[in-house]
Design a protein around this ligand. Structure first.
Ligand SMILES: [Zn+2]
Length: 262
């Protein structure tokens, strides 16, 4: 029999899912918490229809699969981490981090975009989380310092990698121009990933950010490798596939999630 007390995290998780969906619907388009609109016909939703997950009244389309997935996954995550909370974060902070990860993951997957306002909000949350985690053993001041050091490290390492990726992309564009092809705008590593690595660095602090970044890069590399292998098997592989954009953001988040919660 289901424990009645689990109704509370389920309801709170459902509401958190509504917020993740809302942020992922409006922030990439309007950069602010605006009135929600249908993704198909852009007609505004009334708040009641939007929050009840009703179809659009104008074009009749049902809400997206992502909307439902986010609702169910967030409620499930809240129920799970209510019973087995992160030892490092505890319940309230852990749930805030889940909501934050949810918002940036959905936006990154759908738009390949890490927004500056969400990075800024993440930096504040990251400094709080990192300080809480590290001040248990080290006291408040040293705890905050370790959080800041982690943030600087995450940002710095990804910034250098990003600069290197830009150099490679520039070299490649010049070569493509030389052979008469139009240059494209492939980037090996998005600029937003640099800020994301900084935010995750603040959250995890020094030295845990190391493990999270390494995990993210390994996971991203492994999945890209499988992807290329699949293309090879289907004989759709071209040398350009090697250069296709690897969106590291979601892998970094997975790495940080693993470190913080599991
Ligand atoms: Zn519509």
């Amino acid at each position: 029999m289901m424990n009645v007390t689990l109704l509370l995290p389920m309801i709170v998780g459902w509401i958190a899912g509504l917020f993740i969906n809302y942020a992922a619907d409006v922030l990439p388009l309007t950069r602010r918490f605006s009135q929600p609109a249908c993704t198909h016909c852009q007609a505004s939703f009334s708040w009641k229809d939007y929050l009840m997950l009703r179809p659009c009244r104008n074009c009749g389309r049902a809400r997206s699969l992502r909307t439902w997935l986010v609702q169910i996954l967030t409620a499930a995550a809240f129920v799970y981490f209510w019973q087995f909370p992160s030892k490092a974060l505890g319940i309230p902070l852990g749930m805030l981090v889940i909501v934050y990860f949810g918002v940036i993951t959905v936006i990154d997957l759908e738009h390949r975009l890490i927004l500056h306002p969400t990075s800024l909000a993440g930096a504040v949350l990251g400094l709080i989380v990192g300080t809480v985690i590290h001040s248990r053993a080290d006291g408040l001041l040293l705890g905050a310092a370790k959080s800041l050091l982690g943030g600087l490290f995450g940002f710095g390492v990804m910034f250098l990698l990003y600069q290197f990726g830009t150099l490679v992309a520039r070299y490649r564009a010049r070569r493509m121009q030389g052979s008469g092809q139009a240059p494209d705008d492939e980037e090996a590593l998005g600029g937003g990933d640099v800020y994301l690595a900084g935010v995750l660095g603040l959250m995890l602090g020094w030295p845990f950010i190391w493990d999270a970044l390494l995990l993210g890069v390994l996971l991203g590399g492994l999945i890209s490798f499988l992807f290329i292998a699949a293309l090879l098997v289907r004989r759709r592989y071209s040398s350009d596939a090697l250069m296709t954009f690897i969106p590291y953001g979601p892998y970094f988040i997975l790495g940080a999630f693993y470190k913080l919660f599991l």
